[in-house]
Each structure stands twice: as structure tokens, then as C-alpha cells.
Design a protein around this ligand. Structure first.
Ligand code: SAM
Length: 295
């Protein structure tokens, strides 16, 4: 079982938060804290929210940075719009995790999305995000959204041929999120999809955890006729990147060729600050050593 130390005492003593986890040994990321806004243990995890000097407000779970105000849009837009724009008609979308509301905020913007179902295991994360992180929690206000509190893995067992797109906005494979990185989770998601459905999961970074990336992609490949890995720049994630594993039931899907493209005016209206069609295509272009590893 992986463990991640929470250096809350360091924050209080020295004014710096330091992320440290067995998943990425020997190196770490720190930010200076202006104010601790919340710290408490929920039924599932340590929840820590603070205001930082350079990154705005930050949410940390079990000692791992989940999102900061400065760069969260990159992650939320990419994990949402990559799968949504690979699908011709993503009317019904399931979000697993995403307790800060940021992915719901992005999915709700897509013009073809009519219905969003979200299942987040920790009601406390939702409550704390609504209070301290309203720029993301605004996603919970969408009229398209039905929110459930529960385990995404268990939820998936009871749903069949229901969703066009499933987005797993999970924390790293620690605590309640461990099951969301297993092959049987990909098998369950496959059953919960309509024909030609697409899944997209947070899947770690190649600099820090190549094994996690390789395994998650392999699990997806074992279940889906088409699968790929994409990545985006997020400075407060380990090594400044985050990756996504994406799988489709359509064997002819071209992941790097979006089915829908937005005009500059539409991007502006949707307040897309990171995602556009060019970055969609580029996100699937991998450095040689990763391309060879994942071949
Ligand atoms: N963007 C973040 C990242 O990549 O680190 C993820 C953010 S979001 C806050 C992650 C959420 O996944 C957390 O709120 C956590 O409670 C939720 N989660 C973890 N395991 C889950 C499970 N089995 N079912 C549903 N939600 C889960």
C-alpha cells in the first residue's frame, strides 16, 4: 500500500507545503502558503485547503496536490474535452471522482452534452470545495448535473450501456482511488458505455511513474479496441505534467483528430483557456522514449 506523508506541521511551522509520496521518491514540489483555510480528516482522506503565494487556492488530499487555482483549468479542460471531442455526439456523460467540481464545470460547457451524472466518494470534498474553491465548485450548479455520493467502482457495476463518455477524475492510486486504476474497472466502464462510447482516466505522468502509465494503458488496451495516452502541462503536478488514458469502443476512432472543432469565438464564449483543436492533436504526440515504451 502506497503512503503519502502529510507535512501539515511544516506548513504551520515554516510556511511551506511540501508534497511527498512513495509514488515519486527522491524529489518533491513545494509551495509557500499564505493561509491555511481548512484541514481535517474525512471518512476517506486528509483534506487540506490553503491559499498559496503563487498558485492561488489549493486542494490537497492525503498530502497530494489535487488542484490549484492558477493551473487547474489545464487539467480540467483536457480531461474533459479530449474525450468529448473524440465522440460524435456525447449526450450523456459520467464523471467519477471530481469532488472539486472542475470537470463538471467543463463538461457542462460542451454544446452536445445534455446530461451529466457524477459519482464522488467523499461528500466532505464536495462540501469543502463549495466553501473554499467556488471557481471550480461552480460546476455543481449545472442544471445538466445529477450528483451522487458513493464509490465509482461500485456504481459502475449497476450501470449498463448508459453513457457516451466516462471521465475518471480520480485522485492518484492511493486510498479509495486504488480500484479505479485496475483492469476490472476498465471492464466495468466498457459495460457501462453505449456503442462507440469513450473513457478517459487520469493516468499519471511518464517522468514520475512510467509503470503506472504503462499498466493503465495496457488495462485499457485489454478491454477496448482503441486506446491511447495523451498529456498536458500542469505545473503543480509531479514533473509538471499529467497524463490521460483514453479508450474507445469504436475501433476506427482517430483520437488525434477531433470530431468537433470550435471557432475562436466559441472557445472564448466557453472560456477555454488551454484546450483547442491544435493542442488536442498535439496531446497525443509522444516523445520517442515514451512512444517506444508504450508501443
Ligand atoms: N485533478 C485531481 C488529480 O488528478 O489529482 C483529481 C481531483 S478530484 C478532487 C479526485 C477525487 O476522486 C477526490 O475528491 C476523491 O474523493 C475522489 N475519489 C477517489 N476514489 C474514488 C472512488 N473510488 N469513487 C469516487 N470518487 C473517488
Amino acid at each position: 500500500m502506497v503512503s503519502c506523508a502529510v507535512f501539515i506541521m511544516d506548513v504551520l511551522r515554516k510556511g511551506w507545503f511540501t508534497e511527498s509520496c512513495e509514488m515519486w521518491p527522491g524529489g518533491t514540489f513545494s509551495f509557500e502558503v499564505k493561509e491555511v483555510l481548512y484541514k481535517e480528516k474525512s471518512q476517506y482522506q486528509d483534506i487540506f485547503v490553503c491559499d498559496t503565494k503563487n498558485f492561488g487556492r489549493a486542494l490537497v488530499l492525503d498530502g497530494i496536490i489535487q488542484c490549484t487555482e492558477k493551473d487547474e483549468f489545464s487539467y480540467q479542460e483536457m480531461i474533459s474535452f479530449l474525450p468529448l471531442c473524440c465522440h460524435k455526439n456525447p449526450e450523456k456523460v459520467l464523471i467519477v471522482g471530481g469532488g472539486d467540481g472542475g470537470v463538471a464545470r467543463e463538461v457542462a460547457k460542451h454544446p452536445k452534452v445534455k446530461e451529466i451524472v457524477q459519482v464522488e466518494i467523499d461528500a466532505k470534498v464536495i462540501e469543502v470545495s463549495k466553501k473554499y474553491l467556488p471557481f471550480m465548485a461552480v460546476g455543481f450548479d449545472s442544471k445538466k448535473l445529477t450528483l451522487h455520493v458513493g464509490d465509482g467502482f461500485e456504481f459502475m457495476k449497476n450501470h449498463s450501456r448508459e453513457f457516451d463518455v466516462i471521465i475518471t477524475d480520480s485522485s492518484d492510486p492511493v486510498g479509495p482511488a486504488v480500484n479505479l486504476f485496475q483492469e476490472n474497472y476498465f471492464a466495468l466502464m466498457k459495460s457501462a458505455l453505449k456503442p462507440n462510447g469513450i473513457v478517459c482516466s487520469q493516468a499519471g505522468t511518464f517522468w514520475n511513474d512510467l509503470e503506472l502509465v504503462t499498466n493503465t494503458l495496457q488495462f485499457c488496451r485489454n478491454q477496448f479496441p482503441a486506446a491511447a495516452y495523451a498529456y498536458a502541462s500542469v505545473p503543480t503536478y509531479p514533473s509538471g505534467l499529467i497524463g490521460f488514458v483514453i479508450g474507445s469502443l469504436d475501433p476506427n476512432v482517430k483520437f488525434d483528430s477531433p470530431q468537433i472543432t470550435f471557432t475562436k469565438e466559441e472557445e472564448r464564449q466557453m472560456n477555454l483557456r488551454y484546450y483547442n483543436s491544435d493542442i488536442h492533436k498535439a496531446a497525443f504526440t509522444l516523445p520517442s522514449f515514451i512512444r517506444n515504451q508504450l508501443a
